[in-house]
Design a protein around this ligand. Structure first.
Ligand SMILES: Nc1ncnc2c1ncn2[C@@H]1O[C@H](COP(=O)(O)OP(=O)(O)OP(=O)(O)O)[C@@H](O)[C@H]1O
Ligand SMILES: [Mg+2]
Length: 334
């Protein structure tokens, strides 16, 4: 599924915002703009539209969404979207990953079936359906149990199966950190955790990973786990870049786009120079596949219409002026 247009009135920061003309070919949409310019609010609006369309619940948390006097009835008409498919969102059409996440360490001692991913959305706020690495551990391990007993061909060997289970996460991780290997998930019934090799250290626990390694692993794992339930979706990832240097940020964006199911679309809100540069490189190769939306320099108390910007030098100057001032040259050398 791809988003083409969005119209939002009287919601969070926006008095009347329209985003128009995102091409149906756009696989990646980059929201650029300084702190507080409304990028995360756009994701809030999409999640709320999704919840209302799919009846996955309304939080009642009007303080968060807008003004105290608002009710579900009057908010319902304020967010509308056009997609390349159905008029309304269906279950599995929108996945939001917020900027707040991360378990620094975890172990499991029991395997609890997590329920269908899509059932868990009826929680109260944007940050709650978020994917923690421990939940994804449970999902990966319990899904593996089900696969072994129900779905897997009798001819599959244990070795094949283990490879299938972790290979999809291991390969992208290996490209980002060539000396780090994801080797297994331990025993989910006794101190279960993710295990890694690096150099002479063998089988060490997830909690030993560096912050950047953890952040990358969490994100890749989350996409691999979620892809099953969101094969045709708008994926929104708010600030995927935490804890990473610019080179890694760019490489990670490439891996995320590579993992995306083919009919899906990725929206990112980012301040990352590495991700911006990577997105610009992708645009250079195939301009129809990447759209940039510039949130900077608008008064959202007024009626505002945004369309995809060409990533010219003037665009980068506009985007980076407030947040980064004179670093434009790093992204768009003259
Ligand atoms: N009714 C409202 N509800 C929520 N936010 C509001 C409301 N009215 C105004 N705001 C402001 O709207 C802005 C929207 O912030 P938002 O989180 O969308 O920004 P952002 O672009 O994601 O910034 P950052 O890059 O810091 O994450 C904030 O400055 C917030 O204070
Ligand atoms: Mg934000």
């Amino acid at each position: 599924m791809r988003l083409l247009n969005i119209h939002i009135t009287q919601f969070r920061r926006f008095a009347d915002l329209t985003i128009l003309d995102i091409p149906p070919t756009a696989k990646l949409v980059v929201l650029a703009g300084p702190n507080g310019s409304g990028k995360s609010s756009l994701f809030d609006a999409l999640l709320l539209r999704y919840r209302l369309d799919t009846r996955y619940g309304w939080s009642g948390d009007t303080k968060y969404y807008n003004r105290p006097e608002d009710t579900i009835r009057n908010i319902n008409d304020r967010i509308s979207v056009t997609t390349d498919a159905n008029k309304r969102f269906a279950p599995g059409n929108v996945y939001i990953r917020t900027a707040y996440r991360n378990d620094h360490e975890f172990t499991t001692h029991a395997l609890t079936r997590q329920g269908a991913i899509l059932e868990r959305l009826s929680l109260s706020r944007l940050i709650e359906p978020d994917a923690t690495v421990s939940t994804n551990y449970q999902r990966l391990a319990s899904q593996a149990m089900e696969d072994v007993f129900v779905n897997e061909s009798a001819k599959t060997t244990i070795g094949d199966f283990r490879e299938k289970l972790i290979g999809e996460v291991r390969s992208p991780l290996k490209r980002l950190f060539p000396d780090l290997s994801f080797v297994g998930i331990g025993n989910p019934l006794d101190q279960g955790s993710f295990h890694f090799d690096k150099g002479a250290s063998k089988g060490f626990d997830y909690k030993n990973l560096s912050s950047g390694e953890k952040a990358s692993f969490d994100l890749i794992l989350d996409l691999v786990v979620k892809k099953r339930s969101y094969p045709n979706a708008i994926y929104c990832i708010d600030e995927p870049e935490a804890h990473m240097n610019a080179r890694l940020q760019g490489a990670l964006l490439g891996e995320i786009v590579g993992l995306l199911p083919s009919e899906s679309q990725l929206w990112i809100a980012s301040h990352s120079i590495g991700m911006m540069r990577k997105a610009r490189e992708m645009y250079d190769v195939d301009p129809a596949s990447v759209s940039f939306i510039n949130f900077s320099g608008h008064d959202f108390d007024q009626v505002v219409t945004l369309t995809p910007s060409k990533p010219t030098r003037a665009f980068w100057e506009g985007v980076m002026h407030v947040a980064l001032d004179d670093l434009t040259a790093l992204v768009a050398p003259k």
